[in-house]
Design a protein around this ligand. Structure first.
Ligand SMILES: Nc1ncnc2c1ncn2[C@@H]1O[C@H](COP(=O)(O)OP(=O)(O)OP(=O)(O)O)[C@@H](O)[C@H]1O
Ligand SMILES: [Mg+2]
Length: 537
């Protein structure tokens, strides 16, 4: 349980929440929504107790917690890279330590002799009994089962964290938090990087979860299926609006509230202007001057009493650049293979990207979609094969984890780097149209919210005049209105696009001609039958 009273929260120069009161009671299932940069991540960090010690988040008010809290951050880069994935999951219940001691005893039993071996054997038996009594083996099986449901096979569980892909890393963290069985879960965009099956599994899991949770998500399906309360963080008013109802009722209620406010406002304005007109007339007569003044005051009070109209969230208007001219086939790849260690990702992939062509790359998770884009972008080297740039090729690469952004530079510096021919005013103008105001533009990119990073990465693409866009999950992190913008930009773009996504809407917006299937590297003409596969990817 978490109880919050009179909370005011600031980060940097922004006030994100003003005097809010709310509580997470046992078993409550809450969806936390609001536009990109509203402060959802900051709020959950505060509730989880992170960023408070370092005083990045300033707050006033009281937060009381009882029971265990499990927190899944939006960006997961924690954990020892040398630790195995399974150990990382088990560590949340402290099981990994016992397993390590058992393994050590086993080792000593086989390498020592005499009294020492005898001791190790006794220790082994004792530890094993303890472990079994504590439900250790069952718990380990449970963890592995959970990981498998989230798309992590046993093979990946044995790998060290440092060798896992971003998506796998994220699954490990999610499995770990769920495995903790904490009384309250705080989940920041848990479906990012998950494939369709895992998302379905997560939905079911959350629906029957015994504890309470707060989930931040832009996925309407997840919210509609799992939550019984909605918190809307309104960035324009720095207010947290609490609705104790499910998702679809919330949508209706918000609409009704909005209409009521508009009606009340219109009524008040009508009455006030009648009063003021009357007051004007009476003011002329000395005997009625006092009454006229009272009337005017009453009109003022009427207007004060009604709430201001709530502004709709602003959205960045996005248009991809007119592509620089290029030859008929700006990008060709032949015989590409890539392995990581002993793991062969794909072999012998051929691909030719013609001017203005549209290709979707499909494949189950772990089949190397991101890797292929990295090879095409020239960020990774293939083991065999080659990438042949055509005449006039200009690549625009949108990286899934925003690797194209230099986190230590400011927003302005990042964009200036992407568009060296722009002067500072032009840079700031572009950023302004992507909703980075003067102050926001001077922030180091490190502190940007997930959606803001996506917005910056897109701005960097837009200034590039690229004629081949390589897009890796470009709709992740975006609030629904911003997602619509990028989809329509994609529809209108005239250059070539290679797209990796598990967002069906993004594929429909692209209207692709061809599909490349990984890991085999087979090409096919696009047909809508492939739509079913996207969700699985
Ligand atoms: N250390 C910091 N210094 C200055 N500003 C910061 C810092 N950390 C976050 N911010 C800003 O605070 C605002 C809220 O960020 P937060 O990550 O909480 O948003 P969010 O609602 O989670 O957004 P998204 O949907 O994009 O994930 C953003 O404008 C962000 O740039
Ligand atoms: Mg966030």
């Amino acid at each position: 349980m978490i109880n919050v009273q009179n909370l005011t929260m600031r980060i940097g120069t922004r006030e994100l929440i003003l005097d809010a009161n709310f509580r997470i009671d046992k078993g409550m299932r809450i969806g936390l929504v609001g536009r990109n940069g509203a402060g959802k991540t900051t709020l959950t960090r505060l509730l989880a107790g992170e960023g408070v010690a370092s005083q990045v988040i300033e707050y006033a008010g009281t937060i009381t917690k009882s029971g265990s809290v499990g927190y899944l951050p939006q960006d997961t880069h924690t954990g020892d890279p040398e630790q195995s994935a399974l150990d990382r999951i088990l560590s949340v219940r402290g099981i990994d330590a016992t397993l390590r001691r058992i393994a050590k005893a086993e080792q000593e039993m086989s390498t020592s002799s005499g009294a020492k071996q005898q001791k190790a054997m006794e220790r082994y038996v004792r530890l094993d009994q303890e472990f079994t009594a504590a439900g250790g083996y069952a718990a380990r099986a449970e963890a592995a089962q959970m990981a498998a449901s989230l798309g992590l096979p046993d093979r990946a569980l044995a790998q060290k964290l440092g060798t896992l892909s971003g998506g796998q890393r994220r699954r490990v963290e999610l499995a770990r938090i769920l495995f903790s069985q904490a009384e309250t879960l705080l989940l920041d965009e848990p479906t990012n990087h998950l494939d369709h099956d895992s998302i379905l599994w997560l939905r079911d899991y959350l629906r029957t979860y015994k504890g309470g949770f707060v989930v931040i998500s832009h996925s309407v399906e997840l919210l509609a299926e799992t939550v019984t309360a909605v918190w809307h963080l309104d960035a324009n008013r720095a207010a947290l609006d609490v609705y104790s109802m499910g998702w679809s009722d919330y949508l209706t209620q918000r609409e009704l509230d909005e209409r009521r406010r508009r009606r009340e406002r219109a009524n008040a304005e009508k009455k006030a202007s009648a009063l003021l007109a009357q007051a004007d007339k009476m003011r002329a007569k000395a005997t009625k001057a006092v009454a006229a003044q009272n009337m005017a005051r009453r009109a003022e009070r009427l207007l004060e009493g009604v709430e201001d109209e709530r502004k709709a969230d602003k959205v960045a208007h996005l248009r991809f650049p007119s592509p620089a001219s290029c030859g008929k086939t700006p990008l060709t790849a032949t015989g590409l293979s890539k392995s990581y260690g002993s793991l062969e990702v794909f072999t012998g992939v051929d691909l030719a990207i013609d001017r203005a062509s549209r290709v979707v790359i499909l494949g189950l998770n772990g089949t190397g979609k991101t890797t292929l884009l990295q090879l095409l972008a020239g960020i990774e080297e293939p083991d065999t094969g080659s990438i042949i740039p055509g005449h006039g090729l200009k690549i625009g690469y949108y990286a899934q984890e925003h690797e194209t952004i230099d986190l230590n530079k400011t927003v302005v510096e990042n964009l200036a780097y992407a568009a060296p021919e722009f002067n500072e005013t032009q840079v700031r103008n572009v950023l302004g149209s992507f909703l980075f105001s003067g102050e926001d533009a001077d922030k180091p990119a490190r502190v940007l919210s997930g959606g803001e990073k996506t917005r910056l990465a897109l701005a960097m693409l837009v200034v590039s005049a690229a004629n081949v866009l390589l897009l890796d999950e470009p709709t992740n992190n975006l609030d629904p209105a911003s997602r619509e913008e990028i989809l329509s930009a994609l529809r209108r773009y005239e250059g070539a696009v290679v797209l990796v996504t598990h967002d069906e809407g993004a594929v429909q917006a692209l209207n692709p001609e061809r599909v490349l299937l990984l890991p085999d590297g087979d090409e096919d003409l696009w047909s809508d039958d492939y739509l079913d596969l996207i969700a699985l990817a």
